[in-house]
Design a protein around this ligand. Structure first.
Ligand SMILES: [Zn+2]
Length: 54
């Protein structure tokens, strides 16, 4: 399986994005410069929801 190893901007850990996923496409096409792993994107989404209801 083809994948890229990308550094998460949030936790600074490397994570893998596999071919066919949205992040893989974004990385390949260089549409986005910052990437975060699934754990962090989940946390970020959670924080956003918390802030929304504050
Ligand atoms: Zn992360």
């Amino acid at each position: 399986m083809i994948y890229y190893e990308i550094l998460c901007y949030s936790c600074r850990r490397k994570f893998k994005v596999y071919e066919g996923s949205l992040k893989y496409k974004q990385f390949k096409e260089k549409k986005s410069k910052i990437f975060c792993c699934d754990d962090c994107s989940f946390k970020i989404r959670l924080d956003a929801i918390k802030n929304f209801f504050r």
